[in-house]
Design a protein around this ligand. Structure first.
Ligand code: G3P
Length: 221
């Protein structure tokens, strides 16, 4: 399972990119709104792409097919490798199928059910983003929903990739990997949490202490 970072925060993206374990970035209007409001969205997006390259999903804000397509053209003029993120609406599916005809990658977002996921795939989506945290928020079991969707993908041999999104904690990440999601897009804090283990920290501290003892002994201290 590939890992993407789900943020528009450049310093977090830069840091995780330097560790070499993420292969893409997903953004959305809410994540962009958290960044410097004086900065142009286009400039933030271009800077993110220049920093990491790889996958970068950029979301449209319009709700009508033709306006989504215009926005997509605009985003593609910023960098032609963009993946256009489109909400799971009938009008969104119209835009997805038109972009698919043009060979432009799309990421259908705000998917909460297997039937929505099937429709997104059939419209020609490249990526289908299933929101785990928000399902749990309304008392549903996100892991069961993702299991169903992954099984449907296997049985039908669909080509599109499933992105587990709205990841709130490392257990979501594990559930996504177990279900067979192709990608998880994960906020910075959860990515960093997922790297930590108390036994790693105590093990490193013990190795450092023993190394220092050895050095001191050699220096005759
Ligand atoms: O990738 C989708 C994600 O950004 C939504 O996460 O935590 O706002 O539900 P959340």
């Amino acid at each position: 399972m590939e890992l993407y970072i789900d943020t528009a925060n450049l310093s977090h993206i830069r840091e995780c990119a330097s560790y070499g374990f993420i292969s893409g970035v997903t953004t959305n209007p809410s994540l962009l709104a958290k960044e410097d409001p004086k900065k142009d969205v286009k400039d933030i997006i271009k800077e993110i792409y220049a920093t990491v390259g790889g996958h970068l999903s950029v979301e449209v804000n319009s709700l009508k097919t033709d306006e989504m397509l215009k926005e997509a053209e605009d985003i593609l003029s910023w960098f032609p490798e963009a993946t256009i993120k489109i909400p799971m609406l009938p009008s969104g599916l119209g835009a997805v199928s038109e972009l698919a005809k043009r060979g432009i990658p799309t990421n259908v977002t705000l998917v909460f059910s297997p039937t929505q996921a099937i429709a997104a795939n059939n419209a020609g989506a490249t990526y289908v983003s299933v929101f785990m945290g928000r399902l749990d928020d309304i008392g549903m079991n996100s892991s069961d929903v993702l299991d169903d969707i992954c099984e449907i993908w296997n049985v039908n041999e669909y080509d599109s990739s499933i992105i587990a999104a709205s990841i709130r904690h490392p257990m979501h990440l594990l559930d996504a990997a177990r279900s067979g999601a192709h990608i998880s897009t994960v906020p910075y804090n959860v990515l960093m949490q997922s790297l930590k283990h108390p036994l790693t920290d105590s093990g490193v501290a013990a190795f450092v202490a023993d190394y220092e003892k050895m050095k001191a002994a050699k220096a005759g201290k």
